[in-house]
Design a protein around this ligand. Structure first.
Ligand SMILES: [Cu+2]
Length: 176
């Protein structure tokens, strides 16, 4: 009887509401998150400069000889990477960075407001505070390693982080 008086959209809404009242395993809806409850934290990240297609590998990969030759697709370049190449943080977090360059070429770790030189076979321990939310490129500064040797720092805003109200230390009741 009730269903006969409800339109199809209302039935669909009822089904959504009922299925949303399930167990705690169901992700919390955005309305139950409390962005102000996020407490910035320190995140430890180790980033290593890794050689991928470099001149030392010509004997292992004979095709590289043509690639590195004048006019080849890697003429004047070598392919290195940062591993990992994506760092994720929340605005206000402190990144405790360990930057490793285990090999014999110079590199650098460069963000728009941050520059660290990485001499051969070095380890640099430093910190960086994630500021405004956004996606920020980082790269090496050696022209022969660009544009390949780069990555991204993804800075989330606090309201993009799921912080259930009942577990947040500074949670306030949500006024309705
Ligand atoms: Cu480099």
């Amino acid at each position: 009887m009730i269903l006969q008086t409800m339109g199809v959209p209302n039935i669909a809404a009822l089904v959504l509401v009922l299925t949303g009242c399930g167990t705690r395993a169901t992700p919390l809806p955005p309305s139950s998150r409390n962005p102000s409850a996020y407490v910035p934290r320190t995140r430890a990240v180790t980033i290593t400069a890794v050689p991928l297609l470099v001149k030392e590998l010509v004997k292992t990969y004979p095709f590289l000889e043509r690639d590195f030759a004048p006019g080849g697709v890697l003429s004047g370049k070598e392919v290195y990477a940062f591993s990992p190449s994506t760092i994720t943080a929340v605005s206000g977090d402190t990144l405790r960075l360990t930057l490793l360059n285990p090999e014999d070429d110079d590199h650098a770790f460069v963000l728009r407001d941050f520059f660290v030189t990485l001499p051969p076979q070095s380890r640099i321990d430093t910190t960086y505070i994630a500021k405004a939310p956004g996606i920020y490129d980082f790269s090496c500064s050696v022209p022969a390693h660009l544009p390949m040797m780069h990555g991204q720092l993804v800075v989330l805003s606090a309201d993009q982080v799921s912080v259930p109200v009942e577990t947040a230390t500074s949670a306030q009741p949500i006024a309705r």
